[in-house]
Design a protein around this ligand. Structure first.
Ligand code: ACO
Length: 337
C-alpha cells in the first residue's frame, strides 16, 4: 500500500537539460528472420517494433551514458562542474561493482559528491528521478544528473524468440535542478512502487549470490533474461495506470490537463491499452518503440529528449511519464517541462 502524501518542500525541482545516445548499429526484423523462427509480421503486430540499436562489442553502459550526459549538459548550458550528484538507473552496469555512476563521474572529470546506481528494472530512471527530486527539494543537491542506461543485448538469449526480438540499447540523461521562483518548469510529483512477489517472472537468474557464475550457468544460458512475457504484460497496464492516476489525483490534475504521456516502450499494445484506460488523446502519446524497441531504463529519458528536440514538448507543457519492469517495479513522474 503506497501511502505517500504530498508535503511542502523547501525548494522546487525542474528539468534543466535532456540528452540521449543511441548506438549506430541498426538491427531490423528481417535480420531476425534470417536467424530464428520468426517473421517481421509477428514482431510488428505483437510488439510494434521494427528496428532497434545495438551497442558495439567494446561499448559498456557508462560509455553510452557519458555521451547522453554530454548532450544533456549542452542542452542545459552547464559544465560537468555544475553537477553535484549522479544517479544511474540500470540493470546492466559496467561491472557488478563499483557503480556505473562512479565510472561516469570519472569520465565527466568530477568528484566529491554522491554517485550511485539504482536497480529497478525498466523504471530505473523514474526511480532515480524520484530520489533526485527529493534531494533537490530538501536542499541537499542543486543539479543532479539522472541517467537511464542499459545494454540489454549483452544479457539477451538469442535462441529465445520470445525475448530476443524485444530489446535494444540506449542511454538517456536528464539534469534535474533547483527551480527559481520565476521558473515555469517544475517537477510536480513522482511516485515509485514495487511488488516483489513477482520478482521471479522477469529475472537474470545467474551471476549474483543466488547462483554465482559457473560453467554450468553459462552453458544453460542463465546469465540472460528470463521473462514470462504474457504475465508481465497483464501486470504492466494495471501498474502504470495506478501510478499515473495516483500522481494526477494527488496534484489535482485530470487527463485533459496532460499535454503529453510518455510510457515505457516495451510493447505497442501495452502503450495503447494504457492510453485507452486513461482515456488520453492518442495524439498526446509519445511513441518511438518502432525505432528503438525496449531500451529498459533508457526508454523514458530517450523519448523525452527526442520529443523536446523535435519541438513536440515545449516549455510549460505538462508531461506525465510512467514505467514498469523487473521487480516488479513501477512508477510515475509528473512535470511541467
Ligand atoms: N516470433 C514468432 N512467434 C513467437 C515469437 C516470435 N518472436 N515469440 C513468441 N512467439 C510465439 C510463442 O511461441 C507462442 O506460440 P504458441 O502459441 O505456439 O505457443 C505465441 O507466439 C504466443 O506467445 P505469447 O508469449 O503468448 O505472445 P504474446 O502475445 O504474449 O507476446 C510478448 C509476447 C511480446 C513478449 C508480450 O507478452 C509482451 O510484450 N510482454 C511484456 C514484455 C514486457 O513488457 N516486459 C517488461 C519489460 S522488460 C524489462 O524490464 C527488462
Amino acid at each position: 500500500m503506497n501511502s505517500r502524501v504530498k508535503s511542502e518542500s523547501k525548494y522546487k525541482a525542474k528539468i534543466s537539460g535532456t540528452g540521449r545516445y543511441l548506438p549506430e548499429k541498426i538491427v531490423n526484423n528481417y535480420d531476425f528472420e534470417k536467424k530464428i523462427d520468426t517473421t517481421d509480421e509477428w514482431i510488428r503486430t505483437r510488439t510494434g517494433i521494427f528496428e532497434r540499436r545495438y551497442a558495439a562489442d567494446n561499448q559498456a553502459t557508462s560509455d553510452m551514458a557519458f555521451e547522453a550526459c554530454l548532450n544533456a549538459l549542452e542542452s542545459a548550458h552547464m559544465s560537468s562542474k555544475d553537477i553535484d550528484m549522479i544517479i544511474v538507473g540500470t540493470v546492466t552496469p559496467d561491472h557488478p561493482f563499483p557503480s556505473t555512476a562512479c565510472i561516469l563521474q570519472k569520465k565527466l572529470a568530477i568528484k566529491g559528491f554522491g554517485a550511485f546506481d539504482i536497480s529497478a528494472g525498466c523504471p530505473g530512471w523514474i526511480y532515480a528521478s524520484d530520489i533526485a527530486r527529493q534531494y533537490i527539494e530538501n536542499g541537499s543537491a542543486e543539479n543532479v544528473m539522472v541517467v537511464g542506461a542499459d545494454i540489454l543485448t549483452k544479457i539477451t538469449n538469442f535462441d529465445d524468440r520470445g525475448t530476443c526480438v524485444l530489446f535494444g540499447d540506449a542511454a538517456g540523461a536528464v539534469i534535474m535542478s533547483r527551480a527559481e521562483r520565476k521558473d515555469i518548469s517544475l517537477v510536480i510529483d513522482s511516485e515509485i512502487v514495487a511488488d516483489g512477489s513477482y520478482y521471479d517472472i522477469l529475472v537474470q537468474p545467474a551471476g549474483g549470490s543466488r547462483m554465482p557464475a559457473s560453467e554450468e550457468t553459462v552453458r544453460k544460458n542463465l546469465h540472460t533474461i528470463y521473462m514470462e512475457g504474457n504475465k508481465v504484460f497483464k501486470l504492466a497496464v494495471k501498474s502504470m495506470e495506478t501510478a499515473c492516476e495516483s500522481v494526477m489525483q494527488r496534484n489535482g490534475f485530470d487527463i485533459k490537463s496532460i499535454d503529453w504521456l510518455i510510457t515505457h516502450q516495451a510493447n505497442l499494445r501495452i502503450i495503447e491499452s494504457l492510453g485507452n484506460k486513461l482515456k488520453v488523446d492518442p495524439h498526446k502519446v509519445i511513441i518511438n518503440i518502432e525505432k528503438y524497441a525496449n531500451t529498459s531504463a533508457a526508454t523514458i529519458p530517450v523519448a523525452l529528449d527526442e520529443a523536446v528536440r523535435d519541438g513536440k514538448i515545449r516549455r510549460g507543457d505538462v508531461v506525465l511519464m510512467s514505467s514498469f519492469g523487473a521487480g516488479l517495479t513501477s512508477g510515475s513522474l509528473l512535470i511541467r517541462y
